[in-house]
Write a protein that binds this ligand. Structure first.
Ligand SMILES: Nc1nc2c(ncn2[C@@H]2O[C@H](COP(=O)(O)OP(=O)(O)OP(=O)(O)O)[C@@H](O)[C@H]2O)c(=O)[nH]1
Length: 740
């Protein structure tokens, strides 16, 4: 079975063997219009894994149909995934289809793993978004859609679960327009027989497609529709499709104008126009089916070949790199013998063995070896081209999400061109890494941690090994935060949720053989100052016979534009002008480090700017002393001025029968929730859109089940941080101290 599971496999050979199936292994001469690198994205439980299973089956890659509820699917291969019936880490499968090779990444739909989805998008050229036909566009659909937007990825929609009696195709299509503001073009419509069996009317061919169930949907019948109301309606829909496309495509428009009729437009011409319009993201083709009942999957695969772009067709957003090398790290895997292997999608240029690559963060690395995963062996190669996915050995500090280029100047030039194309003004301080990162905007944003917990090794002797494991895991998964609490002496993990932490724990056990203990999960509050404050700290010490002397004046102000700035008032400028850039960097680093842990609950201090008024540094004073004094000065300011707590807020979408709504709302109001909207959803249901503090939502899904007698469904995702009243703050503080 050919598949790629690049997340947790410890055996290098196995991993490479599987990796070869991603597009990288296609030698340049075959590497062409016949490859499709696609991602499959959806809200949790929409049916991605079931759809992928069918694709593998019909492509002849598996002999039996895997089912999520039986725990025997190909892509959900981890014990945790199979037990829980959900996808946790991206996995990729490859299969041939009608002379093409489709490399498909199945991504997690659970909110804890949004970062995983984000990384995968750097490796694909197009996306299939799966909707649950009974639910339409859901919360996580909007999230993944926005991610695909950011990557400018052409998309297809597959409206799944159309076998279910409560599925509503038109509602899902309307949702696409209303909630995703996209232009869907329906290539198919559902038809159901009297006994509820799903078939599909094909708009382009005017055929009815009916799947045979005695061969698990391997074959399907195409019947030309005889003149009838159905046929006329479908013809009208075909005309509408041509009309829409001819407004977007010159070739089609020319034919329509010259023949003065829609009837003479053949299917191939429509498909070509559709391909161009999809690639340019002017339209999104919509298909439908039922993965579970084996209906419609082959046509979805046909559509992937027909309408989603080949790698070579989708590079324009990386034009800012010209002919220079640009490559994106989308996954790091660790191998015991060979160390970190970096999976890279080459966006522009050619990556060569021995090449020096620079990350957008300014770190230089040398690619010691370059592998093209080919045939049954991974094969060392000397170079690979744009569009390929390759494995680089030797990159030591690169992290998932890094952008690599061939030189600092290539990076700067690309940044300049990107700025121009984005229409943003040049940075005043080109050296300021925070700012250039922001301008470059090619790094995936790392979501804020909303939970944290302590992590302890089984014995002191395995502390170093645990720290090493965490460092490696962090390179792979930037949404995992690791810090050290100097007060308790504990290592602290920050992350996206309970599942995220659980997975980290089980990875440390399975991959590093350390049985770590996690402390209770706690909410990751942030802190912010209430009002501006200024202070001067002068420290003088003798260390190893050398006199250390620093006097520094810092101010804290409420401002989230920059973390650190210079007070450029006339009285301070003469002093600041005497400070070397290196010393400024040291002062900056030291004072910013103190914002990592606020005085109240150890939360990150945000929306706070440190302003340097002046600094006097004695001759021979060590940088480390300057840095520590700057940090101390900020700590002093924070504890004297005091901070307010900010708590993580979750956005919830709750759907329940109308008669249950009042009970749910009453419960929500006890949870300090803010109801944003309540609107009808279908004939019998209502949807509540609400923001509520994470602290009030512990065990909420089971509470909701009880209140609604199991009739309500819910999604939630982090939507920012909000201030709290004093009573809630004190409660949070007591909880953080373990007093509640
Ligand atoms: N009736 C019906 N059920 C389906 C269909 N497709 C999937 N399901 C069921 O829906 C549930 C979720 O399916 P999955 O394939 O795991 O969904 P997913 O999107 O991969 O879920 P995550 O990976 O956890 O995000 C399973 O119980 C499937 O059997 C369908 O077409 N019709």
């Amino acid at each position: 079975m050919k598949m790629l599971k690049y997340a947790w496999q410890s055996d290098l050979h196995q991993r490479i063997k599987l990796l070869r199936q991603l597009s990288a292994h296609i030698p340049q001469r075959f590497y062409s219009s016949k490859i499709r690198n696609i991602g499959i994205l959806a809200h949790i439980d929409a049916g991605k894994t079931t759809t992928t299973e069918r694709m593998l089956f019909y492509a002849g890659k598996t002999r039996a149909l895997g089912e999520v509820h039986r725990g025997n699917t190909v892509t959900d291969y981890l014990t945790q995934e199979r037990e829980r019936g959900i996808t946790i880490c991206s996995s990729a499968v490859t299969f041939p289809w009608n002379g093409h090779r489709i490399n498909l990444l199945d991504t997690p739909g659970h909110i804890d793993f949004t970062m995983e989805v984000e990384q995968s998008l750097y490796a694909v050229d197009g996306v299939v978004v799966v909707l649950d036909g009974t639910a339409g566009v859901e919360a996580q659909t909007v999230t993944v859609w926005t991610q695909a937007d950011k990557h400018k990825l052409p998309r297809l929609i597959f409206i799944n679960k159309m076998d279910r009696p409560d599925a509503d195709f038109d509602k899902s299509v309307n949702d696409l327009k209303a909630k995703l503001e996209t232009q869907p073009v329906c290539l198919q419509y559902p038809v159901k027989s009297e006994d509820g069996v799903l078939a599909i009317n094909d708009v382009i061919t005017l055929e009815r497609l009916s799947w045979q169930q005695n061969d698990l949907g391997r074959s399907y019948k195409k019947t030309k529709l005889e003149p009838s109301d159905d046929q006329r309606q479908l013809q009208e829909r075909r005309n509408e499709l041509i009309d829409t496309l001819s407004g977007l495509d010159d070739e089609l428009a020319d034919v329509v104008i010259s023949t003065e009729s829609f009837d003479n437009v053949d299917g191939a011409l429509i498909e070509r126009a559709l391909r161009r319009a999809t690639s340019q993201q002017k339209v999104v083709p919509v298909l439908l089916g039922s993965a579970y009942k084996n209906v419609g999957i082959q046509r979805l695969m046909d559509a992937v070949n027909a309408y989603l772009p080949a790698p070579e067709e989708r590079n324009e957003i990386y034009d800012c790199f010209g002919n220079e090398v640009a490559a994106k790290v989308f996954k790091i895997v660790h191998d015991k013998q060979r160390g970190p292997l970096t999976l890279v999608r080459i966006l522009r240029g050619e990556v060569k063995r021995g090449m020096r690559l620079i990350s957008a963060r300014g770190q230089a690395e040398v690619v010691s070896k370059l592998y093209e995963p080919l045939a049954d062996e991974y094969r060392e190669v000397s170079s690979l081209q744009a569009g390929d996915v390759v494995i680089c050995a030797g990159l030591k500090s690169t992290v998932t999400g890094d952008l690599l280029t061939s030189s600092q100047s290539a990076l700067k030039n690309a940044q300049k061109r990107l700025r121009q194309s984005l229409g943003t003004s040049p940075s005043q301080d080109e050296e300021d890494s925070d700012e250039s990162d922001e301008l470059f905007a090619l790094d995936p944003p790392v979501p804020d941690a909303v939970y944290f917990c302590s992590i302890e090794p089984p014995s002191i002797s395995s502390q170093t090994a645990m720290e090493q494991a965490l460092r490696q895991l962090q390179r792979e998964d930037p949404s995992l935060r690791v810090s050290y609490d100097a007060v308790t002496g504990q290592t602290v993990l920050g992350g996206m949720g309970e599942l995220h932490m659980d997975i980290i724990k089980s990875r440390i056990l399975s991959e590093y053989k350390i049985d770590v203990e996690l402390g209770p999960l706690q909410i990751a509050y942030k802190e912010t100052i209430e009002s501006a404050a200024i202070t001067t700290l002068s420290v003088e010490k003798e260390i190893a016979g050398s006199k250390q002397n620093v006097s520094i004046t810092l101010e804290l102000v409420r401002d989230q534009s920059e973390l650190f700035s210079l007070d450029k008032s006339p009285e301070n400028m003469p002093n600041l002008n005497t400070l070397r850039p290196r010393i400024l960097q040291v002062l900056r680093k030291g004072s910013i480090s103190a914002l990592e842990r606020g005085p109240r609950v150890g939360g990150q201090v945000v929306e706070t700017q440190i302003r340097l008024h002046n600094a006097t540094i004695g001759r021979g004073t060590a940088d480390s002393f300057v840095m520590a004094t700057a940090a101390q000065c900020v700590q002093k300011l924070l504890s004297t001025t005091g901070t307010r707590l900010l708590e993580p807020i979750m956005a919830l979408q709750i759907v329940a029968p109308s008669e249950r709504i009042s009970g749910i709302m009453a419960d929500l109001s006890r949870r300090r929730a803010l109801i944003n909207d309540v609107h009808p959803k279908g004939d019998r249901n209502k949807m509540i859109l609400v923001n509520a503090p994470l602290a009030e939502l512990s065990g909420y899904s089971s509470a909701l089940r009880t209140i609604s007698s199991g009739t309500a469904s819910m999604t939630m995702q982090p939507c920012g941080f909000s201030s709290m009243n004093s009573a809630d703050e004190s409660l949070a503080e007591r909880r953080a101290q373990g007093l509640e």
